[in-house]
Design a protein around this ligand. Sequence first.
Ligand SMILES: NC(=O)c1ccc[n+]([C@@H]2O[C@H](COP(=O)([O-])OP(=O)(O)OC[C@H]3O[C@@H](n4cnc5c(N)ncnc54)[C@H](OP(=O)(O)O)[C@@H]3O)[C@@H](O)[C@H]2O)c1
Length: 189
Amino acid sequence: MRIVIPGGTGQVGTLLARAFHRDGHDVIALGRSPVEAPWRIVRWDPQRLGDWARSIDGADAVINMAGRSVNCRYNAKHRDEILRSRVGSTRIVGQAIARATRPPSTWLQASTATIYAHRYDAPNDDETGILGGAEADTPATWRFSIGVATAWERALDEADVPGTRKITSPGSTTRISFARSTGSWTAAR
Ligand SMILES: NC(=O)c1ccc[n+]([C@@H]2O[C@H](COP(=O)([O-])OP(=O)(O)OC[C@H]3O[C@@H](n4cnc5c(N)ncnc54)[C@H](OP(=O)(O)O)[C@@H]3O)[C@@H](O)[C@H]2O)c1
């Protein structure tokens, strides 16, 4: 299979790329700067369509991992980058898929555990988790993170790609998901 990983130069993307490459798949990681890897790295602009979008045309799967690291001080500049890098890159991946003459059958999209409500009565998981945002006692910093996660998933929902199955969680039509809390892939059919 050809597997394209926007943001595939980061922690999770590199693990995925290495595993898929080892298994014999044709892996293309999209990154903003060139890096050395045994698989293909294509330079892209996560806010603008360009030649890079050709790598998505004819791919079997797209796994979008792009987003500014959240490992930083949450000042105004970083907050803006955290939000815009996720929403913008998800929209542009959707546009690339929408324009493809041979769109990928599957688009897997990273999300985050911070979309869930803060609670002690039960664990939030991909099947039964309660989404956050409506709680009266949510601190402002958490509310920001919930807002980012919600906007990120909305960008995926709004992408008009009828030939491509979009997968995040919860609510996926197939139970393949990127576990928000652990960063691990699970597959259960
Ligand atoms: N790691 C986890 O345990 C975990 C858990 C839950 C959710 N997630 C989410 O899963 C995704 C991948 O996680 P990760 O740990 O692999 O993150 P990461 O190591 O920070 O990698 C993120 C990738 O996004 C790209 N990126 C950075 N800034 C960007 C920007 N402003 N615009 C577009 N792309 C940008 C980077 O590629 P270039 O700099 O090469 O462009 C990088 O390869 C993230 O969105 C993260 O929030 C991760």
